[in-house]
Every structure is written in structure tokens, then in C-alpha cells.
Ligand binder design. Sequence first.
Ligand code: NAP
Length: 742
Amino acid sequence: MGDGEPLFKRVAIIGLGLIGGSLASAIRQHRLAGQVVGYDRRAEELALGEELGVIDVAAESLEQAVRGSDLVVLAVPVRATRAVLAELKPFLDSDTVLSDVGSTKSSFVADVEAVFGELSPHVIPGHPIAGSEKSGIRAANPELFANHKVILTPADNAHQPDVERLRALWEGCGATVLTMSVAYHDEVLAATSHLPHLIAFSLVDTLAGEDENMDIFRYAAGGFRDFTRIAASDPVMWHDIFLSNRDAVLRVIDHFTHDLDQLRSAIAAGDGAMLLRVFSRAKAAREHFTKMLSGQAYVTNNSEKQVTFQLQPGGSIRGDIRVPGDKSMSHRSIMLGALAEGITEVKGFLEGEDSLATLQAFRDMGVTIEGPEDGFVRIHGVGMHGLQAPRGPLYLGNSGTAMRLFAGLLAAQPFDSELTGDASLSKRPMGRVADPLRAMGAVIDTAEGGRPPLKIRGGHKLTGIHYEMPVASAQVKSCLLLAGLYAEGVTSVTEPAPTRDHTERMLVGFGYHVHRDGATASVTGGGKLTACAIDVPADISSAAFFLVAGSIAPASELVLRHVGMNPTRVGVINILRQMGADIEVLEEREIGGEPVADLRVRSAELKGIDIPEEQVPLAIDEFPVLFIAATCAQGRTVLRGAEELRVKESDRIQVMADGLAALGVETTVTPDGIIIDGGQDIGGGTVNSHGDHRIAMSFAVASLRANGPIEITDCANVATSFPSFVELAQQTGIQIRTEGGE
Ligand code: NAP
């Protein structure tokens, strides 16, 4: 197709009402066809169509409309379809594309087959998911389909170039086009559109029948108005839809009636737990359904928005703060709380990607979870064997951790399950967990290359294994230990290098014995978890920015409360202390199996060191800000053995080196680390954080010792990983301001 050549030469729209009229005028407005011909059985509508500029030409007969058109779209009521098809049949060329806009699709296909005896490859049924309570051509609106979905339901033998042209036509009208099977379309629409309309009609009718004056509506609040808005839709059209989508509608009505009955019984029996379970699951589903449908991550991705940090140089750090809760612990608290006996209350919960995905998945498996509300979550544990089969796939957003941990847990359940994720998670290989789980007896299918979705067959007995992890991974270890809770005998995992042990510790916190022997952790299956209270420790990775800030800024003294001091995470403290930092550990205590302490940091003269390689894995996330500490120290700091830093959210070594260079600080990048000669002046300038939250926050800390203003670009992701960073930075003395974002 050449430039400017329309998609179709002549489009005939049969039925010039709301939908037909809107489509005709959108096609004209966007010049998607050479000519738009309209036909309606009402002469005055037709004349109006021409007068209003909705169509180019008003056809006097169906024959005139159809002959010579390369696309014919039926936009008549569903019940009129068969008669109109029979009438136009003699005039339709064999290669003319025939489509429609009807709200039900099996009925259209049945009508075509009844009239033509077969479904030709040029028949492509369609359904725009757009409309209004109005009807008729006066309501026609060329913008009706903009930013709405249009579903096409081509058969397997459909002529693909026709499908593509029709898709382009609807896209040209501003719509997003989806394709699916006729049967699936009718099921989905029965559930999401037809049933809600039926309920709205029925409810309003029930209430209107209660008293003749309809006085009852005087007392109805806004909620009632919102909920029943669709009861004002066209009764004729809707009676059509229910009759023509009969089977799918009956199935969903039965399902709904059954669930409504269960709610009725729960109310009658005073079963508050059941009500709470259903309502909290529904509330969460309502909040997330848009995201689920579009396959986006759970946490709104801020990276589209341009956020810039502006920093003034200098300042001291003072105060007493608590940074947000640890991500790994928030996440695991939901998992173990759900499987425990009793109610687990969690404070300081971080609403991260992993935790929110996990929370929703457990709700889908029948666990009642209240919150999160200001960091508080209450989980009504169902016990090790209390999970229920989810109704559909469990959607885990962008959380690789959740997917790997769930694989272990679900492999041991009596029911089948399927784990899916967003586009980026769907590209990540899951073989690392699927293979050892299969060795335990699990039955797991993956997509090509071991990628999600993971289809897990339930009802298979697992047997404990000993697994030597080829690559150190806390996710793989946790996955196998969770499966091991259900396996016969002992499951043990040996790691080639230390990884985070939050799962093991929290299992202990929930009363499950974990045996640890050097690099090996093991559990014996068949035990139980007991609910507990968890005050999630503040994340040491977030605290690290303030530990460095308090060390490098003159005249500083800062207390950081309730910081998680897991030995696999405290590398940053060990390294800073070795550099001469003044960090005091106060009030050591244990929460949910994890050591916790308050930390006091004061300004100190730091000196450069060779960072001990055994500390590298224990501080892997904290290196960006440690590079700032090294820049402010006297002497040379050398980092080796940190190849992993190159494959984090960004190549953290290179991006930090580039950022430092932009501020006039020279460094030497090596294949597995960096050499930084301290004592260089940090100048002002612009640093690109490449969307890496830790890089952005590190350069914000650098401003304390800079001699000019620093601008840091691409900082939107900070709000996701550390929502209160800017506020806490301002409160303690960093002169930061954000531009852009909300
Ligand atoms: P509408 O405004 O009532 O328009 C239908 C038009 O078709 C009317 O002008 C009607 O004339 C005419 N018509 C009826 N029988 C005909 C026949 N035998 N020959 C020629 N013209 C005939 O309805 P609409 O809302 O546009 O709905 C049209 C189709 O779109 C329906 O299949 C509906 O399921 C589908 N749809 C509607 C919506 C929505 O929200 N409205 C959304 C998506 C899809 P009369 O007035 O004389 O009957």
C-alpha cells in the first residue's frame, strides 16, 4: 500500500445508529477509505447522516450500498443480522471483506453460516468495546473508539491480509485491536459486560418494585447511582444480547448465583471470616484489575515520568530516622504468614513489587489478608495444607523472587497452578528452580527456554534431595527449602558462596526448625508454622545512604532506628568501619528470627582500603554509595571480585564511574571492580542515573561534599524502591529538591 492510499476503496456501513455512525465518521475523518457509503432502513436517519457529514454517500438500497464495496460492516441490532445478511447476499462480491460490530460473536457466525452455508475467509467478526447509553445517528461521535479496545474474532482460515487491513482501520480510528476466538469473546463478555448489565437491570427493578412511588431512590447515595448507571442502557439492544449469548450468559449467571448463595449463607451463619476473605480479595482485585489486564507490573512504573533531583552543595546530617522496611522480609512475611496457623500481624511492611504480587496470589488461593494500610498487614493463616486452588493463573507482575519462591511452594500442593508475569518477567529463565524441583518429584511445564508461564501439576509427592547449587542464589535456595517443608525426609541445599538467608531465619521465627551446617541449610518436611508478630526491620540497603551521608558530611550525628542486621547484609557496615567510619551498634535484638539494632553514625575521616573480597557479596547493593565514601576518603580504595555489579539495574560500575567523571572525579574501571583515589574534589554538574535508583540516591549523598550544585536525571525509580527518600534526605540535611513527576 503506497503512502496516502486508503485501506479500503469503498466501505459500506449498514445500520447508521450510534456505532455505525461513529465508525463511518471516524473513517471519514481519518481518511481511512476512499468513500464511505451508508445505508439504514430509515430514510430520515440516512439523510441526516449525509447532512451531518457522517457518510459520503447515502445509498438508496442495500444493493447500492454493497455492490462495489470492498468492506461491508453490519452495524444493525444483533437480532436483525440474519435478515440483513440474507438480503445482501446476492450483491456481495466473493472477495469483499464482511465484518460487524455486534456485541455477541457466536450468533454472528451462526447467522453467516445459516445464510451463506459456510464462513468464508473474508468474514472477520468484530466488536468495539465502546458505546454509550444513547443510540441513533445523532449520538454518532468520531472519537468514540479512541483509546478503546476493539476485539476481532477471525476464524483459523481467515484471510490474514484482510485481518490486518481491518485491524489497521480500527487502529486508524484510535482503537487498540485484540484478537481472540469467538467462544472466548462470548465467555469474557458474558462475565465482564453482560452479567453486570443483568445485575444492574435486575437490582433497579427489584428496588423499584418495592414501592410504587419509587420513594426508595430518594435515599439512594452516589454509590447506588454509579453502580446502576448501566441500567439506563437500551433495553431492546440488551434483550438481544442475552438471547444471542445465551449459553455463556447462563454459565456465568450460575457461577454468580452460587457465589451469592455462599455469601448469603455466610451472613446467615455469622461467618465473618468468609465475608472478610471475599471482600478483601475483591477489593484487591478491583484495585489491581486494570494492571492485571494490561499485563503491567504491580507497582506503577514511574520510569515514563522524567524526574530530576536538584542538589545544593554542602550541609551536615543530623536527626533520628527510620528508613522503610526490608523488601525481602516484607515479602517472606506474607508467604509464611499465609501458611502459618493463626494470625500474623506485620508492621513496617514495604509495599514493593514482590510483596504486592505475593499478597494478591495468596488472596487468590483463599487466604484472607487485611491491608496493607500504612505498613500494617494482618494475615489470617490457613496452615500448611489450607491453600485453595486458584481460579485462574497467578499473576506475579514483575517479581522474579515471587515466581521462584512460589514454584517451590506450589509444586507441593494438591492442586494444579499456573504462574504468569509481565512481559519482562516472562523472558526470564526459570530452569534454575524447575530442574531441582523436578528432581524432588515435581511436575512443572515451562514455555520455551524454561521461561514462564510455569504450569505446575498438583498432587505429586515430593521427596527431599540434597542440592549443590551451581550458582549462589538466595531465590533458588528459598524455593527448594519451601518445597522441602512439604517433602518427605530432608531437603538440603549447599551454596557455593554465602547468599541472603532471610527465608531460613524467618522459618525459624515462625517456629520451623532449619538445620544449618556451614554452607548447607536443611529442613525436614511435615512440620508446621506458627503465626507471629513481625516488625519488619528497616532495610539496611536504604540505611546505607545515610550511613555514608553521616560519615562524609562534617559535624554530623544521625540515629537510624530498627535496622535489619542480618549477617549476610552487613557488609556495608563492616567496610565503612574498616575505612574508619564511626558507627555504633545499639540495642541489638531479634525480630522474627532476624537481628535488629539501632545505629548511630557520626562524621569521620575516612581512609581508602582494599575491600576484602569476602565482604563483596554482603554489600553488593551498597557499592554505589560506597564509591562516594571512597571518593571522600584519603588514599586509594580498590574493589575486586564484583562482576555482578555490571549486570544489576544498570552496569553499576560504569554508570558510577561516568557520573563521578561528570563531577570531575577520575577513577579506573577494571573488569571486576574499580580503583578510586580519594581526596579529589567533587565538582558540580549533571549526572545521568540511567534510571537506577541506587545510583541516583548515591549522587544525592555526594552533594554533601561537592563544591557546586549537582543535577541528577532519570530518578523516577527512586519513588518505587525508597518512597520516602527525598523527604528523609531533606529532614536530615541534604539540600535536595525534585523536579518533574507528580
Ligand atoms: P442503534 O443506535 O439503535 O443503531 C442501529 C441502527 O440500525 C438503527 O438506525 C436501526 O434502525 C438500524 N437497523 C435496524 N434494523 C435494520 C435493518 N434490518 N436494516 C438496516 N438498518 C437497520 O444501535 P447501536 O447502539 O449502534 O448498535 C448497533 C450494533 O452495535 C448492535 O449489534 C450492538 O450490539 C452493537 N454495539 C452496541 C454498543 C452500544 O453501546 N450501543 C456497543 C458495542 C456494540 P431502527 O432505529 O429503525 O431500528
